[in-house]
Design a protein around this ligand. Sequence first.
Ligand code: NAD
Ligand code: TYD
Length: 352
Amino acid sequence: MKIIVTGGAGFIGANFLQLLVPRFRQHDFVNIDNLGYASNLASLEGIDDSANYRFERVDIGDAGAVEETFARHRPDLVVHFAAESHVDRSILGPRAFVRTNIEGTFNLLEAARKHMPAGAGLFHHVSTDEVYGSLGEVGAFTEETRYDPSSPYSASKAASDHLVRAWARTYGLPVKITNCSNNYGPRQFPEKLIPLMVLHALERKALPVYGEGRNTRDWLYVDDHCEAIWTVIERGQVGETYNVGGGFEAHNIEIVRRICSVVAEETGCRQSELTDLITFVGDRPGHDLRYAIDSTKIRRECGWAPRETFESGLRKTIRWYLANRRWVESVRTRDYDGWIERNYGGRGDHLK
Ligand code: NAD
Ligand code: TYD
């Protein structure tokens, strides 16, 4: 089988390829990515010289390049990860989100319609629970929850989900969609909550918690998400959507405290030295209060269940960042420092 993976130099895509390229030597994996700021070819070390893997630099916003790539490879399966993925960046600069997440998905769907084998093949779209908007203190998102996105990021992902379903209904394109909760794990770009806090704790920098830290996310270890995607590809129904979540919920402030506790244990410092760095800063506009996933459907229909607990997954993640300082340095470019200044510079401390 020929498999095109989009965005395979990013966090989840690279972990997906790290798991599946060695497992399926009989399949050919083509990783297409434009090598944007969140990508890192070092995330592919260990598989990048495999005979069943190749990388091609392609911008999915470039219709001609996507068309040419699909014409050449004629994939049996497309696993679509490529996206602009950070909510705060979408607030400060939404245009790239419309271009990549909406137009990019459109370009891929058009190329898939033309160049995937007729009556066969599969377009698997990787999406987020953020399309459903925010929950109150109780309840969980099911596959029937109404779309109600809050941020430019989640609105662009919602639009991409709608395009994927429309291409299935209108043109008969075989598609599946997974909507997953917040991921964490190795190789995550340190702009998202968990890797940012881990690195700041290691470097004794302020730990910037938005608002009062009472927002809640449902956290899933990245390998569990990747296995869920593969399980849906193998066992899910064509045309269906599956919610994926770890069932572990916590307030952001609790996550940050746990990070401090594990970093203190792993490095042999006092926990209070790290918790003293916690700084409450100005809130994110349109900040969704709570996400929680009801993953009954994927568990029942596909037999998937997460393997990692938050405790074990967090420890693995922190050990990975401690052992991979070279990877960390390679992503912290001048652009990264500029982002930290742009996003956190104006927030100030508001509670401390
Ligand atoms: P990421 O930002 O780490 O990686 C995205 C990758 O896509 C990068 O390698 C980037 O270079 C590439 N890319 C961006 N624009 C591109 C373009 N125009 N052409 C080609 N490649 C492009 O993101 P991630 O966290 O790995 O997320 C992957 C997918 O999973 C996204 O679709 C995201 O919406 C979805 N998702 C993420 C999470 C999460 O918690 N991270 C949760 C649920 C769903
Ligand atoms: P994030 O990792 O950006 O994921 P998402 O916004 O897609 O859920 O943020 C997770 C939560 O952590 C979210 O409620 C915002 C909060 N947060 C902070 O409090 N401080 C930070 O520096 C970041 C990046 C996020």
